[in-house]
Ligand binder design. Sequence first.
Ligand SMILES: Nc1ncnc2c1ncn2[C@@H]1O[C@H](COP(=O)(O)OP(=O)(O)OP(=O)(O)O)[C@@H](O)[C@H]1O
Length: 549
Amino acid sequence: MSADPRLLVVDDEPDLRTLYEMTLLREGFTLDCAGTVEDALELLGARRYDAVITDMRLPDGSGLDILRWLEQQGRGERALVITAYGSAENAVEALKAGAYDYLTKPVDLRQFRMVVASALGRAPKTEETASRGAATARAAAAAEPGASPPASGAASPTSPAPATGAMSPSASEDAPSEAAEASAAESRKAPAAKPRAAPPLTGSTSALDRLVGDSAPMRQVRELIGKVARSMAPVLLNGESGTGKELVARAIHDVSARRPQPFVAVNSGAIPEQLLEAEFFGYRKGAFTGATEDREGFFQAAHGGTLFLDEIGDLPLAMQSKLLRALQERSVRPVGAVAEMPVNVRLLSATHKDLAAEVAAGRFRQDLYYRLNVIQIRVPPLRERMEDLPPISARILQRIAADAGVSPVPQLTPAALATLSRYSFPGNVRELENLLHRALALSGGDGIELSDLGLPDIVLGPDDATSESAFGALDPALGAALPPEARGGAPLPDDLAAYLDEVEKQILLRALAQHRNNRTAAGASLGLSLRQMRYRMARLSISVGGDEG
Ligand SMILES: Nc1ncnc2c1ncn2[C@@H]1O[C@H](COP(=O)(O)OP(=O)(O)OP(=O)(O)O)[C@@H](O)[C@H]1O
C-alpha cells in the first residue's frame, strides 16, 4: 500500500459523498468519487486504489457489480459496502461476494473511520479507540476471586463475578511490544476454557504451519483459510470435538492482516450464564460489589484482532441477543457503563452442534445464526483423513519429545501405526495427542510399540490382542469381537452409541479384510445383504477400494 492511500467512494447521493469525502480527507486519504457503477468501473479501469467504498444501491446497478468486477479482474482493492439498515441479507451477500467488510446506513462516522482504517491495516487518525495495553493489564488485575456483580437488573449479572481471570497471565503486560503481544495473543484464553491436551508451539510458529495434513479435505480447509483471511466476514467452524477448529481459527488470524493484534479464544460453553455479559463486554468500577476497577471484556481484549467464540451453540438465548446487538452495532456497553464503546473485532465461531437444527428447535436465534454463518468451514473428523495420521503423529511426537527433553524423537513402529490407522478416533486429533503423550511416557526406547498405545481392546485384532478373551472361551466368534466393557466387572463405556459404533466398525473391517474387500461376501458372512452392508459402511465412514460388490 502507498504511503498516501487512495480511495474510491461510490454513492449516488451527493450529500453523502460529501460527508464521506470530508471524513476521509481529514484522515489524510486521497479520494476519487463516482455516482454510478459505470463511472466507478471507468475510474477503476484507469488506476488502482487501496480501497473502494461503495453503496449497495446505485442507479445503474449494485455495489455487488463492482465487487464482481474486482474479483474477475483479480484486483487487490479491499471493498467496503454500505447497506440499508437492517438488511442482514445484503450484508451477508456482500461479504460472500468478497467484500472486506460492510457498514449499515445511517453510517456512524466513528465506525466508518474505524472500518476504513481496518481495511487499510492502520489505526484511525482522528480518534482514539480503546487503549488496549493498559486495559489488558487492568483486566488481569481485576480478575480477583470474590468480586460480585449487582444483585439484579436487566443488563446486569446476578451472582458472583468472574472467579478467575478473563485471560491467561501472559495477557497482563502493561504496554506489550508488537512481538510480545503477538505471542501473548497465542495463549490468551477464557478462564473457563477447557483444558487442552497440549500447549501451542512457540509464538513464532504460525498456526497454519501447525495444521498438519495433506489429505484432500485438509487441503480444502487450508485453501479456505487463505480465502477467508482476506476479509472481515464471520466464519463458522463446524466439526467434531478435537478436530482442530481452534487451530483453524488461529490459522485464519495468523494469515490475516490482524496477525500482530490479539487472538482471543473463548469457550462460551464453560462460562456461568450470570457472568457472560461481564466476561464478554467488561464492567465499570463500582458496577457491583467487588468491582473495584474497570475491567475489559473479551471484545475489548480482542480489539483490532480476532475473537474466537468456541462452542457458540451453548450460549443461552439471552446472551445470543446481546451478542447479535454487539455485532450489528460494532460496539459494546460494559456492565455499569453509560456509553457504548466501539470495537473493531473479527468474529470467528465454532460448534460441534448442528446449529441449523438448533435454530429449528428454537434454541438458537436464526438472525444470529445467519450473521455468524456467512462462511462455513467444516473441519473433518480424523477418521475421514487417515492418510494424515502418520504426519500428524510425527509432528505431535516431535512436540511432546521436545517439551519433555526426550531425544531422539521416538517413532511409532509400523505395527503400532497400522493398528492406530484402524482406530476411528472419536476424540479426533486431541485423542491422538493424549494417546501419544501416554505412549511416550510408557515407551522405554526409540520406538513406540503397539503395547505402549493402550488402545481399547476392540481396536486390536486377534493377532494384536495382548490378553485372551474370557468370553472367547464360551463363544470364540463373539469373544474376539466383544470388548471387556461388555462383560461383567469391567468399567462401563461413557458413550454407548459411539462405543457400539466402534464395535460394529471393527467387525465390518475384519470381515472385509477376510473377504478381500468384497462387500457382498463380507456382508453375507455377517448375515447382511449388500444393501445393508453398504448402508452400514457409509454410516461408519468405511471405504474400500474398487467398485465390486
Ligand atoms: N491438523 C492438525 N495437525 C496438528 N495438530 C492438530 C491438528 N488438528 C488439531 N491439532 C491439535 O489437536 C488439539 C485439538 O485441536 P483443537 O483444540 O483446535 O480442536 P477443536 O476442534 O477446537 O476442539 P473442541 O471442539 O473440543 O474445542 C490441539 O492441540 C491442536 O493443536
